[in-house]
Design a protein around this ligand. Structure first.
Ligand SMILES: Nc1ncnc2c1ncn2[C@@H]1O[C@H](COP(=O)(O)OP(=O)(O)OP(=O)(O)O)[C@@H](O)[C@H]1O
Ligand SMILES: [Mg+2]
Length: 388
């Protein structure tokens, strides 16, 4: 719902591939905080592109993990499945290129940068191979009557995330992968008429900065920063699902839910489920039990599904809670409670798990404490009259 302008922007760029068989331009990245609808937008555009004749490949970046091997492997698998490759000979040629790249067998040879963090010491050979492989795949799809190749990379920030809040170093293999990909896409965009190809990423707001750290030209990456949903779309998102049930919102409740949702589709959905559950159980308006179990379940699931991207439950709850419209302390408590084993004395294994959970919680609290300490030192400095 909504997102018309952003969808149109992406569709317009892909229309160049369809009409002229030329590349959609440099890497386009859709950015925004958690729960704003980045993946949904990409999925939507990918579905439409597939019905327009694109072969679509989808990869998800993982925290501080290289991703190029997986991405190229997805392309190779999609090419093996598609009917768009015209002749057995061209299929064989593509397979040979995949073998040269060792796709799926050995990592693309991006060399480690001996000078430490910063733009990677680029392996031009890998860049050339990636260009040749993606370019050949795209051209074959076109020659076979398709529109071209569309590569989607979700969670593009994740491989490039710094080690921690205090340590900004990035994973060198992931950095090398990103540098190889960015350079290949950049080179191809410079000769766009040769490549019926689109490369689109999505990630958290810092994605563009992280990309700029790995390849200095990344300022030419095109960013589509997703805005929050506007009031009218938020309203429609809440009211339309109720229509078929003959249920209407009271004005106050609707305005409250719109405010709580704050333009985040995910939070609006959670409000919708919450209000629905409360009203079904005749508890509407009972605000002391503010979050129904369905809300908590969804919040916990969301944190757990992104937990490997954060150093601790505390950090995940801090990052994710704003998009849920509730406090991080509540979210952290729900997650910890959810992960705690049943206290029924079911033996040593349970006990050991419980100890691990408690240790993790202590770590979380220590971390929270460190941050509070750092913040108070900072504010003490800021407020110190001698510094004025
Ligand atoms: N435009 C929209 N209209 C209605 N619902 C939407 C819209 N966009 C997203 N949603 C819903 O909001 C939820 C979050 O969307 P999505 O997963 O796409 O967000 P995201 O930005 O990718 O989040 P994350 O950063 O956590 O991956 C999903 O349940 C999705 O169905
Ligand atoms: Mg997403």
């Amino acid at each position: 719902m909504g997102r018309r302008a952003e969808r149109a922007k992406l569709r317009e760029r892909l229309a160049r591939v369809i009409a002229y068989g030329e590349m959609m331009g440099p890497l386009t990245v859709v950015t925004g905080p958690r729960g704003l609808g980045k993946t949904s937008l990409l999925r939507d555009v990918a579905d439409q592109a597939a019905s327009d004749g694109f072969v679509v490949c989808w990869t998800v970046g993982l925290k501080r993990k290289p991703f190029l091997d997986e991405l190229l492997g997805q392309v190779a698998r999609a090419m093996a499945r598609t009917d768009s490759v015209p002749t057995p000979a061209s299929r064989r040629h593509l397979e040979e290129l995949a073998v040269q790249l060792n796709v799926g067998l050995v990592k693309v040879e991006a060399r480690a940068n001996p000078s430490g963090p910063g733009p990677a010491a680029l392996d031009r050979r890998s860049v050339g191979q990636v260009e040749e492989f993606l370019g050949e795949a795209a051209r074959l799809i076109r020659a076979g009557g398709g529109a071209g190749l569309l590569v989607m990379i979700d969670e593009l920030h994740a491989p490039l995330e710094p080690a921690s809040d205090r340590d900004s170093s990035q994973d060198q293999e992931a950095v090398n992968d990103a540098a190889v990909l960015l350079n290949a896409v950049q080179d191809m965009a410079a000769e766009k008429e040769r490549f019926p190809l689109g490369v689109v990423g999505a990630g958290l707001p810092q994605t563009k900065t992280l990309l700029t750290r790995v390849a200095t030209f990344a300022e030419r990456t095109r960013e589509i920063a997703l805005p929050k949903l506007d009031g009218a779309t938020s309203r429609a998102l809440l009211t339309e699902p109720a229509g078929p049930f003959g249920v209407a919102w009271s004005g106050d409740a609707l305005n409250w839910a719109i405010r709580q949702g704050d333009g985040y589709p995910q939070s609006l959905q959670i409000e919708l489920v919450g209000v629905w559950c409360r009203s079904c159980s005749g508890r509407i308006g009972v605000m002391s039990k503010r979050y129904p179990p369905e809300f908590k379940d969804r919040a916990v699931k969301m944190v757990l599904s992104h937990l490997d991207e954060y150093p601790s439950v505390y950090a995940a709850a801090r990052a994710i809670a704003p998009s849920l419209g509730c406090s991080w302390e509540s979210v952290r408590r729900w997650v910890v409670a959810d992960r705690a084993p049943a206290r029924d004395g079911a033996g040593e294994v349970e006990e050991a798990r419980r100890v691990r959970e408690l240790e993790r919680e202590v770590r979380d609290l220590r971390e929270a404490n460190e941050i509070l300490k750092a913040a108070s030192i900072f504010f003490a400095g800021e407020l110190d009259p001698r510094r004025r």
